[in-house]
Design a protein around this ligand. Structure first.
Ligand SMILES: Nc1nc2c(c(=O)[nH]1)N[C@H]1C(S)=C(S)[C@@H](COP(=O)(O)O)O[C@H]1N2
Ligand SMILES: [Mo]
Length: 166
């Protein structure tokens, strides 16, 4: 099997007028339109996507902006430690140690095509380290909140994903 699944697009996902906010413990909060991403260098990442439900999409090529570029632009104080990646998909959000998040790619393209809404467009987070979990690949990213402490209640992604596996 080599394809991502075709999950339903949640009703609260609205892609018109999309922006991405970088908020929290940063020197300068950002609100970025799709067009403003054109001024950042892009990178590709190739890898398999492995879901805990027991399927694999092999050899996906993602293209986008490394989150570190956004952090360099916003400026991170010494006290920043974690990032919470929020989605237009209701309460869905996933937390990361800041270093791991900085290495991740915010992908706008998959397989050389603009990422379609079904698979998380305009922007989907693609963690690149080998220990990545499927629920960390947040679709329809709307905000990256930088935090000093690990968020517990707001970090819903793993629980939501595992609740879909009986
Ligand atoms: N916003 C959001 N992102 C999400 C999820 C979700 O429910 N909501 N599910 C995650 C899980 S568990 C998987 S396996 C993949 C599924 O991606 P696909 O729909 O492109 O196959 O999306 C991940 N990102
Ligand atoms: Mo998953």
């Amino acid at each position: 099997m080599t394809d991502l699944r075709r999950h339903r697009i949640p009703d609260n996902v609205k892609t018109g007028g999309w922006t991405l906010a970088v908020t929290g413990t940063v020197d300068t909060p950002l609100e970025l339109s799709r067009r403003s991403f054109d001024s950042y260098p892009t990178e590709t990442f190739e890898g398999d996507f492995v879901c805990d439900e027991g399927w694999v999409a092999e050899d996906l090529t993602w293209r986008g902006v490394r989150v570190k570029r956004l952090f360099d632009h916003a400026g991170l104080p010494e006290t920043s430690r974690y990032g919470l990646v929020r989605s237009m998909d209701g309460e869905y959000a996933c937390s990361f140690p800041l270093n791991r998040l900085a290495e991740s790619v915010l992908a706008f393209e998959l397989g050389g095509e603009p990422l379609d809404t079904e698979h998380g467009g305009p922007a989907r987070l693609v963690p690149t380290t080998d220990d990545r979990d499927c629920w960390e690949s947040v679709k329809w990213v709307s905000e990256i909140e930088v935090l000093e402490h690990v968020p517990t209640e707001a970090d819903t992604a793993k629980e939501i994903a595992l609740s879909r596996i009986e």
